[in-house]
Design a protein around this ligand. Structure first.
Ligand code: RIB
Ligand code: CA
Length: 322
């Protein structure tokens, strides 16, 4: 397949988050990305903290896109305690943060999404790497945007391919588990969705050596990646015995820009919204027949099931090193 070389207009829906920050750096530096909006959601930290971090990143990375604050709680119930053991108390690996002199857009995240999508129908790609809460709200308030978005690329879920099933429970991935009701609604709408779940993000690892080389070769950006990822790397070493860390949110960026790096499957997706398997993502592959059931009448979406991890790591490095 010949990759589409067009510029992508991107809204980045995020809960920064160490890996969110690394993916935002990638979007800010990639020549084929026109970053038109950043929207925040609770997740890796509370909503005040993820928004503060997104504003810090706007200031630090120097992009001009507006940052709008989004949801602070899931559709149903209360937010869970933030995973400070993964991303640090400040969500960015506990690096020192300077005073922030840029402010948030006055619109709530869902309104910014609606405004940007309707301004350029058919052109906007939404890269969503946190809970799906803002997307659900945007489509609830302006259902017409479902037909106007070019594509939604998600980091979330786990479909059991390559043995990857869950990271917060044996069957659930954090972004989906954190708001399963919103995810089930978003995946059931007729906009084209491509998903990089744990199936591929846990198959892509940035080693300590890789990060050290990036720090040496990519100037201030490389040093920044090393600084924010130290805490995150430590978590992966202690919890999974990994020399390095999983490439979660940058995988969604890679899937958006380089779908040829991934093998994919298609089918209708459901999210389990209650019980011990809450947050589990289950695909009914196209072409498989079952008796009538909960997947019927849902749109066919795309999931990544295999990855050329070497190509993804090369892509990240080349985008930063130039
Ligand atoms: O499960 C990994 C995902 O959860 C990533 O998006 C990470 O940033 C957290 O939000
Ligand atoms: Ca994230």
């Amino acid at each position: 397949m010949i990759p589409d070389m067009q510029t992508l207009k991107v809204i980045y829906d995020t809960d920064p988050g160490v890996d969110d920050a690394m993916a935002l750096l990638l979007l800010a530096r990639h020549k084929r990305v026109d970053l038109i909006g950043v929207t925040t959601v609770f997740g890796n930290a509370d909503i005040a903290t993820t928004t503060r971090n997104a504003l810090y990143l706007k200031q630090k990375l120097g992009f001009s896109a507006p940052v709008a604050q989004g949801a602070g709680a899931p559709l149903v119930g209360e937010p869970d305690a933030p995973p400070t053991f993964v991303h640090g108390l400040n969500g960015l690996g506990d690096i020192d943060l300077p005073p922030i002199s840029v402010s948030a857009d006055p619109r709530p995240a869902h309104q910014l999404i609606i405004d940007l999508v309707t301004a350029t129908p058919g052109e906007v790609t939404i890269i969503a790497v946190g809970r799906m809460t803002n997307l659900e709200r945007a489509m609830r308030e302006a259902p017409e945007i479902v037909g106007l978005v070019k594509q939604i690329v998600v980091m979330g879920g786990a479909f059991g391919r390559n043995g990857h099933t869950g990271n917060v429970t044996p069957v659930a991935e954090a972004n989906i588990w954190g708001d399963p009701d919103a995810a089930d609604i978003v995946f059931g709408a007729a906009w084209p969705i491509a998903i990089a779940g744990l199936d591929v993000t846990q198959a892509t690892v940035m080693s300590e050596t890789y990060v050290a080389k990036l720090a040496a070769d990519a100037g201030e950006d490389g040093a920044f990646v090393r600084a924010i990822s130290a805490f995150y790397q430590n978590f992966h070493r202690e919890s999974a015995g990994l020399d390095g860390f999983y490439v979660h949110d940058s995988s969604a960026v890679a899937l958006a820009l380089h779908p040829e790096f991934y093998q994919t499957e298609t089918g209708a997706i459901r999210v389990v919204t209650e019980g011990i398997a809450i947050g589990q993502t289950i695909i009914k592959p196209d072409g498989r027949n079952y008796p009538p059931g909960a997947w019927d009448g849902r749109p066919s979406q795309t999931i990544a099931v295999g990855v050329d991890a070497v190509a993804v790591l090369k892509f990240y490095r080349e985008t930063l090193v130039g």
